[in-house]
Design a protein around this ligand. Structure first.
Ligand SMILES: C[S@@+](CC[C@H](N)C(=O)[O-])C[C@H]1O[C@@H](n2cnc3c(N)ncnc32)[C@H](O)[C@@H]1O
Length: 212
């Protein structure tokens, strides 16, 4: 499947802000106990399943990749922005970071124990989200876990939001869980967090398991 123009636009938008993004967000997990709790649960489940490495898809400057590696996961990063990947490689020269799109992952079927997709699918046009879920399903081993980070809304339809970097949509957690269910995932749990001071969106995390 060819990379669509929208994805190329997203890559260019993140290339342009990569350095600033890394300055702002590389240490952000220290201020996010709820997100750390879900990442710890994800890491525990993936380690128990022991079925391959973890891809942090849309990894940005690689700070979450580093966090879950410190939790014991064999994690690597993928991002469509070459500038983000360059920053991630510079920060963690010993770790694998690849340029690539979540819509056409250069990974073998069933080769991963876990997928992290934190606030990266938000930039897909809604019609393309099932394609990303199909790719996550394909590359995960049966029983592997997906942790999806998204902008959480209440509307039954995805709603475009005024994101500062690239077009993005917020989704209702229930609608996303249903969509994951239709793409072979079983929900394990979900979290929504109200915006902190300076943030503009409610965030959500959905933990799901790839069914056989
Ligand atoms: C909001 S940032 C999130 C970065 C990091 N996951 C985090 O939680 O801070 C979104 C990232 O997703 C990447 N991205 C967007 N669309 C993508 C796609 N189709 N494939 C891979 N990466 C993508 C962007 O380049 C950007 O680095």
């Amino acid at each position: 499947m060819p990379v669509v123009t929208d994805t190329a636009d997203t890559a260019a938008a993140y290339d342009a802000v990569a350095v600033r993004y890394a300055e702002l967000f590389s240490d952000v997990l220290a201020t996010l106990p709820l997100e750390r709790a879900l990442l710890a649960a994800f890491a525990e489940l993936v380690l128990a399943h022991d079925a391959g490495p973890v891809a942090d898809i849309g990894c940005g400057p690689g700070h979450v990749t580093a966090h879950v590696r410190a939790l014991g996961l064999d994690a690597f990063g993928i991002d469509v922005s070459a500038e983000m990947v360059a920053l991630a490689r510079a920060a963690q020269p010993h770790v694998r970071f690849d340029v690539g799109s979540m819509l056409e992952l250069d990974l073998a079927d069933g080769s991963l124990g876990g997928v992290l997709a934190l606030f990266s699918t938000i930039h897909l046009p809604p019609r393309q989200l099932p394609m990303a879920f199909e790719e996550f399903y394909r590359v995960l081993s049966p029983g592997g876990h997906l942790l999806l980070g998204f902008l959480a809304g209440d509307d039954p339809l995805p709603r475009e939001v005024d994101h500062r970097v690239a077009p993005a949509h917020e989704w209702s957690p229930g609608v996303l869980a249903d969509l994951l269910g239709r793409n072979g995932f079983a929900e394990a749990g979900r979290l929504t967090r109200e915006p902190h001071e300076g943030e503009r969106f409610r965030s959500g995390l959905l933990l799901a398991r790839r069914q056989a």
